[in-house]
Ligand binder design. Structure first.
Ligand SMILES: O=C(O)CCC(=O)C(=O)O
Ligand SMILES: [Fe+2]
Length: 369
């Protein structure tokens, strides 16, 4: 894609699938002279809806990656062409994600360092996170609440009724099965919340038991497999809204959603799955038959050796995973063998996306394809 000038006053975008003239007003409202935007925060000092709708380009020229425009209202501005192309082109944090199954031979990992959050290494880690939906940081300090510091160094922690962070260990009166030693089949966390937590962090502080292996599944990969091989069942899961519910002594949380949610382009946007908490509505019997068939199939795929990876979290490992894309679980363990203690918390997607863009700007980097 490139920008061209025709006849001194028309700016064109040329690409393989769309050629069009840029509206002069679109450019004008992106002019950032000192009297138009606040230099401390880049925000507009005027309401662009009040600009002359019939504004035109008086003069345009290009040199060295810059586009110089003079508008008919007298405003002149020099644009960076890369910034304009970014806006025209880019919608997602990464161009391409990598869907994976249990053939994934190298888990994305990162060596943790105290000041990693502002480094180029962090930029690479976050790209891996968007590519694979997860990343494991190694050797994160074993202070009990370090995860809170960690989360707040990427963005802002999202507290819930479990607290700012929560302790994953076996307790006598658990208000969630995570706080027991039984196996947890692959699930997404908290589909009953509004909004559903975006990213989960799990920091392993103690792991002395033989069991308690962690499992991960790429829900997008399973969804695409279903779309391709069992399209009618795939459709059933994309159109049935299920109620998810959490109940304890102080609160009842509920939210509805599809097991596979599609966006307006039919791309998988988010998956939800929790066998502990799902309540499908009392649909027509025939429809429910189909739903149950679809749910049984997706359950078997989520737990199959084709899609599930299984590994041990070591002391100091911090797993960061996209809760809208990946499912996680654990195998059971025996509390008499020793301690197993993880600390967990949530952050939102805007934390990681925002950090990515910031690091990209800071290091003058291009997003990798
Ligand atoms: O014990 C584990 O490894 C994971 C527990 C879990 O699913 C969670 O904390 O969300
Ligand atoms: Fe969980």
């Amino acid at each position: 894609m490139k920008i061209e000038i025709v006849e001194n006053n028309v700016v064109l975008v040329n690409s393989s699938n769309k050629n069009f003239e840029i509206h002069p007003l679109w450019l004008r409202e992106r002019a950032k002279t000192e009297d138009l935007v606040d230099r401390h925060n880049d925000q507009r000092l005027y309401d662009p809806s009040q600009l002359d709708q019939t504004i035109k380009i008086k003069k345009a020229s290009m040199n060295n990656g810059h586009l110089n425009i003079e508008f008919t209202d007298g405003v002149k501005f020099e644009y960076k062409i890369n910034n304009l192309l970014y806006e025209i082109d880019k919608k997602e944090p990464l161009e391409k994600i990598v869907m994976w199954n249990s053939d994934l031979n190298k888990k994305p990992t990162a060596a943790y360092k105290t000041n990693i959050f502002e480094t180029k290494a962090m930029y690479d880690v976050l790209q891996d996170f968007y590519r694979y939906g997860f990343v494991i940081f190694k050797n994160v300090p074993l202070e009990d609440n370090y995860i809170v510091k960690f989360a707040n160094s990427i963005g802002t922690i999202r507290p819930t009724n479990f607290g700012e962070s929560f302790s994953v260990k076996s307790v006598p009166e658990p208000n969630d099965l995570a706080y027991t030693s039984i196996a947890l089949t692959p699930h997404t966390d908290n589909p009953y919340r509004k909004p559903i937590p975006c990213i989960q962090l799990l920091h392993c502080l103690e792991n002395e038991v033989k069991g308690g292996f962690s499992t991960l599944v790429d829900g997008f990969s399973v969804s695409e497999y279903l779309r391709k091989n069992h399209n009618d069942l795939f459709k059933m899961l994309t159109k049935t809204k299920v109620r998810f519910r959490f109940v304890d002594k102080t609160i009842i949380l509920e939210n509805w959603g599809e097991l596979i949610e599609l966006d307006e382009n039919n791309k998988v946007k988010q998956i939800r799955y929790s066998t502990r908490l799902d309540y499908v509505p009392a649909l027509d019997k025939k429809e429910l038959e189909k739903f149950y068939e679809a749910r049984k199939l997706i359950a078997s795929l989520y737990t199959s050796s084709k899609f599930e990876i299984k590994f041990r979290l070591e002391k100091g490992d911090l797993l960061m995973m996209d809760n809208h894309r990946l499912l996680h679980g654990r195998t059971s363990y025996d509390v008499s063998e020793g301690k197993r203690y993880l600390k967990g918390c949530y952050i939102d997607h805007d934390s990681t996306e925002g950090k990515l863009r910031h690091l990209e700007r800071k290091f003058g980097l291009k997003w990798k394809k």
